[in-house]
Design a protein around this ligand. Structure first.
Ligand SMILES: C[S@@+](CC[C@H](N)C(=O)[O-])C[C@H]1O[C@@H](n2cnc3c(N)ncnc32)[C@H](O)[C@@H]1O
Length: 435
């Protein structure tokens, strides 16, 4: 049996693994351009094979769920899904993408369209530090009109759908450059020349997203996965710091995830990307369990994420984590003393990842599969071999690599701006089996 699974995983077409010709709107992937999203069609062939091999019903977890592309792919194969992320915007978008909407969504869209046509008030409802730097006055006025119109909607899940569209509008109509995930204000003349209407954007994005959301529903219905208007299996989406706790009593037999590849500050600044939208969306609309003060500073979410801070007991961390990963130790030893600060950041990140893996393992059943998509990155022109480090970490916990697959990263959304993506053109998909 093992031979057959290995054979079917190793024969996955390289065009599929490389994501050639994937449809960017499939799986409602486009409803918010969250950073570093996984490509569902790439994970699909792997998930399908593993679901067929698992003896019992599949329960899948993604402890770094991002925009829940792994989870929505699992749903197409009838898995129970559990997702968790430290970023409130990830939670919001995942709540929407895993929910099954009824025709009420179309009716709510017609209603909000009418409300927006009639809204004339010039009142700005939100205030935060530097609001005028990030949004022109006329944009603030229209964003406030949209915000009020959303709050008048009765259904929480329909409001959540509108909040996701609103988040995308904020990203597109603010003064932040969309060419990078870091917050960078546009040039003054560029700002002066931009005459965008958030209301128009909002209606366009809602319309397109409704089509995409209903397309997902049709796909699930075709596979007989909808019952009484809901997904037939369990869906659970939580806010949480996976380094602290995996916030569920459930257990799982399949993990499909893509963790951050280093601390957010120097890799992908998921927190900075989310900072402005989150200033406009009330936290009570997302999840009452959220316990970080993410509105306090632009860097807050990134600081709280894996590897966000160099820990005080650094020396102990170093000896503990080097004993688990020879590859990390080799990387670290390649640095001169003056360069070591950067290498220490990598060590802290890997230590946080290691603690998170311990939390995850507690929730995994014997015989589970772990599918990790991970890329190596460069720090000071030296390669951090995240793939080998992850293999070392799991081996130190008695979990062996089952098979590794490689994929080319064909689209780099942030060339040049981000020294991280610049250096990466391959990713590994590492599949482990827990004995
Ligand atoms: C590469 S993205 C995940 C992509 C996602 N699996 C998908 O299907 O598209 C990495 C995610 O890890 C999250 N993250 C970073 N540190 C975390 C932590 N300590 N706990 C939970 N999530 C964390 C980030 O907020 C980000 O959303």
């Amino acid at each position: 049996m093992t031979e057959a699974i290995l054979e079917s995983l190793s024969s996955i077409d390289s065009n599929i693994l490389n994501g050639i010709n994937y449809n960017s709107r499939d799986y409602a992937r486009k409803i918010l351009n969250y950073p570093a999203m996984m490509v569902p069609s790439v994970q699909e062939s792997i998930i399908k094979t593993l679901v067929n091999d698992l003896p019992n019903e599949t329960s899948m977890i993604d402890p770094f769920m991002g925009a829940s592309n792994a989870l929505t792919t699992g749903m197409r194969y009838g898995t129970n899904v559990y997702g968790q992320d430290i970023n409130p915007l990830s939670v919001l978008i995942s709540q929407v993408k895993t929910n099954i909407y009824s025709e009420d969504l179309n009716a709510a869209y017609s209603l909000i369209k009418e409300r927006l046509k009639r809204s004339r008030s010039l009142k700005v409802d939100v205030d935060f530090k530097n609001i005028d730097k990030w949004f022109k006055k006329e944009v603030q006025i229209e964003l406030s009109q949209i915000r009020r119109a959303i709050l008048r909607e009765d259904s929480l899940y329909i409001r959540k759908f509108f909040w996701v569209a609103f988040a995308e509008v904020i990203r597109l109509t603010g003064n932040d450059r969309t060419s990078t995930f870091k917050l960078h204000v546009r040039k003054e003349e560029d700002i002066a020349n931009r005459n965008l209407s958030p209301k128009e954007y909002f209606l366009k994005i809602c319309k397109r997203s409704i089509e995409d959301i209903f397309q997902v529903k049709r796909e699930l219905a075709l596979k007989d996965l909808i019952e009484d208007g809901d997904y037939k299996r369990e869906v659970d989406i939580n806010w949480g710091d996976s380094k602290d706790i995996i916030n569920t009593d459930k257990s799982f037999n399949l993990l499909v995830t893509s963790p951050p590849y280093g601390d957010n500050h120097t890799t992908v600044t998921y927190g900075q990307f989310s900072y402005l939208p989150l200033q406009w969306i009330p936290v009570s609309e997302i999840d009452s369990e959220i316990s970080i003060n993410y509105l306090s500073a632009i860097q807050e979410i990134d600081k709280q994420s894996l590897g966000g801070e160099i820990e005080a007991d650094y020396k102990n961390i170093e000896s503990k984590i080097f004993s688990k990963s020879k590859s990390l130790k080799e990387f670290f030893n390649g640095f001169t003393d003056i360069e070591k600060k950067k290498a220490r950041k990598v060590t802290c990140f890997i230590n946080d990842l290691d603690i998170t893996i311990d939390n995850i393992i507690q929730k995994m059943q014997t015989g589970s599969y772990f599918v990790w998509t991970i890329g190596n990155r460069n720090v000071n022109n030296k390669e951090v071999k995240n793939d080998l480090i992850l293999i070392d970490l799991l081996k130190s916990k008695g979990i062996d690599l089952f098979i590794d697959l490689e994929r080319d990263i064909l689209s780099k959304r942030m060339p040049g701006r981000n020294n991280f993506s610049n250096t990466m053109n391959k990713e590994k998909i590492l599949i482990f089996k827990m004995g």
